[in-house]
Design a protein around this ligand. Structure first.
Ligand code: AMP
Length: 186
């Protein structure tokens, strides 16, 4: 999927969006710097810009469905699905989805976690864009990719609003052969 043209205006706009991400030290636990996207969401123009930047890359791409990861991924996924005229699939924490689900587990610093999707969310061969707010270690997105692969979806891109580059989560996704895109890098 096309990268965004990095002319000076675009760079300036992305820098402005970047300045709206707030660092919250020691949340939700000591040692973590939480990237709070709510100041960006509060600005009338900023969410629109984000979705335009991400979504304009899909003009004519025939994406069938955007899959978003609970919970902040939903905010971006539904707006992106609306923008590009695709369906929306929701990938949720365990026990939240009412119909038959499939699940994938992934490793956390201590222990494991799980995500689920409805078994009929994606039909075999559908073109899927996966999206979440933050790429950190890539564990969550790795499990989301497992789910889409199990359902036979064709992942055209894995997108993030922001990427914590020092955690090198990108490599995990690239190693699986999928294009990856993040609008804002830290
Ligand atoms: P990971 O699986 O390590 O890539 O973590 C990604 C998931 O955890 C995303 O759904 C993010 O919302 C959340 N996350 C991880 N680290 C942060 C952070 N520093 N700030 C905000 N959200 C984070």
């Amino acid at each position: 999927m096309a990268e965004i043209q990095t002319d000076l205006n675009v760079q300036k706009e992305i820098e402005e969006l970047r300045s709206l991400i707030r660092d919250i030290p020691d949340f939700p636990k000591p040692g973590i710097i939480f990237k709070d996207i709510t100041p960006l969401l509060h600005k009338p123009w900023a969410l629109q810009k984000v979705i335009d930047f991400i979504g304009n890359r899909y003009v004519g791409a025939g994406v069938d469905i955007v899959a978003g990861i609970e919970s902040r991924g939903f905010i971006l996924a539904s707006a992106l699905a609306y923008k590009i005229g695709a369906g929306l699939a929701i990938i949720r924490k365990p026990g939240k989805l009412p119909y038959k689900t499939i699940s994938a587990t992934y490793t956390l610093e201590y222990g494991e976690d799980k995500i689920e999707v409805h078994e009929d969310a994606i039909q075999r061969g559908m073109k899927v864009v996966l999206i979440d707010d933050v790429l950190a270690t890539g564990g969550t997105m790795g499990a989301a990719i497992d789910l889409i692969e199990k359902l036979g979806g064709n992942i055209v891109s894995v997108d993030f609003l922001l990427e914590l580059t020092f955690l090198e989560g990108r490599k995990k996704i690239e190693d699986r052969g999928y294009p990856i895109f993040s609008l804002i890098k830290f």
